[in-house]
Ligand binder design. Structure first.
Ligand code: GLN
Length: 485
């Protein structure tokens, strides 16, 4: 049978359904791996061994009695510690929430439980999802399982590392500016950011509300489809949730069909090939694009000039929204409070000074600045205007092509500590991912090769709004071209 935890969810589900394996065995194989490598990689903040095994037992009983089971019955899923879990500590990687036990489950957690998935633990992350390396966690950095001297990417680095190290089968992260696609690329797995509003944000601790989106990690695109189908759908508790169903259950539509119609057109944005792109990434992504065109698809160069402003616009809007969202951590309602203070104002100030890490403080200061009376028009409003232009450009380009293809990140995984002293260097890692969040479209990263040191690199496929299923279909097609190494 081989090691169960190395298999994909869709393979495991058929073994579970035919009772060749049990959910308890599968959960134990993941827990054993967490025991072996979890501490070293620092991928989890909380491991839920007892409740996971209890759920697995419950699923096995249901199956043995022939009762109906959910779509992920018995499959271990790790969740980023930014998703509220009832009665289970939810820290957001921050000292300020180190004592926060939410009284309710996020909608996605409820959906996972209803689908009979086994929630195996809460994963490490950059504090409040701010970062690209998982080095900004109050609980210490997560290491990349492929090379522990390197970062796994961020901010959902714990979830990415857990899937890569086979500590779980599937995982959830959040992607506000690339925090699922970028770590997927750096760890050599698949990560999908759905259309904005496709997955409810209820119970997701907010960083930048107009950009945040819960997003899954898996070993391949077919598994991404499986979990996306479970977690998406309208939720009246999230006013930005969209009404449409984006996934057409069951999966049979994809089965055995490698192909998209040969008339499918892929656009290559010329802005994605500029300065800063490592030659090895350029080569790997170009190689993949050549295979796409050899397979008979149309590939053409396109241009989206506003992309060049992506990083600037993103870091104005996300910091502005963060400065507002994080105002709630004041030592009063929940979270940590510093108890040595003279008056209310000093309590706020001391609590926030002690509770937040440097990157979070940097963003609150920057966000407050771009929203302040004298600078609002010059920065925040201008950024919103450029964002609108970007949306128009995407809408135009998707009249000509079905998908955009390009790199996910400018380089393979970098060394721990390499970029922590230079926030701008760290921000530049998001250059190819943030435009997707600014315009709210779906995008997936799949592995497209390894460099000489054996480090993985990712290819990004971007599609039009609400075409989530087709984007994953394209990813499955590309994987079937033998692109995955
Ligand atoms: N790395 C980006 C940032 O630091 C993206 C974060 C994210 O997607 N959560 O903001």
């Amino acid at each position: 049978m081989g090691e169960l935890n190395r298999k994909k969810a869709w393979e495991l589900l058929s073994l579970l359904d035919t009772k060749e394996i049990s959910a308890v065995e599968l959960t134990q194989s993941c827990l054993a791996e967490i025991d072996r490598s979890g501490k070293k990689l620092n991928s989890f903040i909380t491991v839920l061994s007892d409740s996971a095994l209890e759920k697995a037992r419950e699923v096995d009983v249901k199956r043995s009695k022939g009762l109906p089971v959910g779509r992920l019955a018995g499959v271990p899923v790790a969740v980023k510690d930014i998703l509220c879990t009832k009665g289970v500590r939810t820290t957001c990687g921050s000292r300020i929430l180190q004592n926060f036990f939410p009284p309710y489950d996020a909608t996605v957690i409820r959906k996972l439980k209803e689908a009979d998935a086994v929630v195996i633990g809460k994963t490490n992350m950059d504090e409040f999802a701010m970062g690209s390396s998982t080095e900004h966690s109050a609980f210490g950095p997560t290491l990349n399982p492929i090379d522990p001297a390197r970062v796994p990417g961020g901010s959902s680095g714990g979830s990415a590392a857990a899937v890569t190290a086979h500590q779980t089968i599937l995982a959830l992260g959040t992607d506000t500016g690339g925090s699922v696609r970028q770590p997927a690329s750096l760890c050599g797995i698949a990560g999908f950011r759905p259309t904005y509003g496709a997955v409810s944000r209820y119970g997701l601790v907010a960083f930048a509300s107009s950009l945040d989106q819960i997003s899954p990690f898996a070993k391949d695109a077919r598994d991404l489809w499986l979990i996306s189908d479970v977690i998406s759908g309208h939720d009246r508790r999230d006013s930005t949730s969209i009404p449409e169903r984006l996934f057409d259950y069951p999966y049979s539509g994809f089965k055995g069909k490698a192909g998209l119609p040969k008339t499918t057109r892929f656009g290559i944005p010329k802005e994605f090939w500029g300065e800063g792109l490592a030659p090895e990434v350029r080569e790997a992504v170009r190689g993949t694009i050549d295979k796409v065109s050899k397979a008979g698809y149309e590939v053409e160069e396109v241009s989206l000039p506003a992309l060049s402003a992506g990083i600037a616009v993103y870091y104005i809007i996300c910091t502005a929204e963060a400065s507002s969202n994080l105002a709630r951590y004041d030592g009063v309602k929940y979270g940590v409070r510093v108890n040595d203070y003279a008056d209310l104002f000093e309590m706020y100030a001391k609590t926030r000074a002690a509770g937040f890490g440097a990157e979070v403080k940097r963003r609150i200061i920057l966000g407050t600045y771009v929203l302040s009376a004298g600078y609002y028009d010059a920065y925040y409003l201008k950024a919103q205007k450029v964002r609108a232009v970007m949306k128009k450009e995407f809408a135009e380009v998707f009249k000509k092509v079905d998908f955009l293809l390009g790199p996910t990140t400018p380089s393979a995984a970098f060394k721990l500590g390499e970029k922590t002293d230079d926030p701008l260097e760290m921000y530049l890692n998001d250059i190819y991912t943030v435009p997707v969040n600014l315009v709210g479209v779906p995008a997936v990263s799949i592995p497209c090769g390894k460099n000489r040191e054996g480090l993985p690199m990712g290819l990004q496929i971007i599609g039009p709004q609400k075409k989530d299923e087709i984007v994953l279909k394209a990813a499955i097609m590309l994987e079937s071209l033998g692109i995955k190494l």
